[in-house]
Design a protein around this ligand. Structure first.
Ligand code: ADP
Ligand code: MG
Length: 209
């Protein structure tokens, strides 16, 4: 992948997190401790600062390094969880071109890493409830032989819908689980940030084929 492409993806992701930080914090105020926007912003600003260095690396190496940055810079549950996700995506990245099938396998490895780190699974009102449907949508699009723009649109729509679908769930992991049934009726902050990142990356991919 060209350096400009990696730089564009980093800028888009960091920009989206910066724009939505307050919203993520508001969601976390409802069912957590109100730091999710701050945590994510801190992590992605740190990744943005490393943009030149990351852009010069192969995508897999860049993802692993960005993941380590998140683990080091971000407190809370989301630092280690998103850090594990990015590191696993990077480790699973192919040496050759990043095909849709390779991206699906990377996502599968990332999901497994988050599950291992969080001792969690889907249906627990976490970012996993967005990541897993995004992988499923990607695989469905591949099976339907869709071209990149249709595939990106399908994955984006699935991720945004999946974040909405965390509202009726009761949290059984993380701080929100302390609320028990009172966690029902709110979107999970981590699901929201995951959907935001996936939607932004899908848009960026589509903008510059
Ligand atoms: P903290 O909960 O430490 O304040 P954040 O507010 O930054 O950290 O992140 C909260 C998000 O982390 C939740 O919305 C949820 O999506 C995710 N999360 C928390 N615990 C887990 C877990 N065990 N497994 C997967 N995701 C989790
Ligand atoms: Mg929090």
């Amino acid at each position: 992948m060209q350096p400009e492409r990696i730089a564009a993806l980093i800028e888009a992701a960091a920009g989206a997190i910066r724009d939505q930080a307050e919203h993520l914090t508001t969601l976390d105020q409802a069912i957590g401790d109100g730091d999710h926007g701050h945590n994510m912003k801190r992590g992605f600003e740190a990744i943005l600062e490393q943009k030149a260095e990351l852009a010069a690396l192969a995508p897999g190496q860049a993802l692993q390094k960005a993941g380590m940055t998140l683990v080091m810079k971000v407190g809370g549950a989301s630092g280690p969880l998103y850090g594990s996700l990015l590191m696993a995506l990077g480790k699973a990245a192919p040496a050759g071109p990043l095909t849709a099938a390779a991206l699906a396998d990377m996502l599968q490895a990332g999901i497994a890493a988050v599950m291992a780190r969080g001792k969690s699974t889907t249906g627990e009102k976490t970012l996993l409830d967005v990541l897993a449907p995004a992988e499923a949508a990607l695989r469905a699009g591949i099976a339907a032989d869709e071209a990149a723009p249709a595939l990106a649109a399908r994955v984006k729509a699935a991720a945004l819908a999946a974040a909405e679908a965390t509202k009726p769930l009761q949290a059984t992991k993380g701080r929100a689980s302390f609320l028990g049934p009172r966690s029902v009726g709110h979107m999970d902050p981590g699901a929201c940030s995951s959907a935001l990142l996936i939607a932004t990356l899908c848009d960026t991919f589509t903008d510059s084929p």
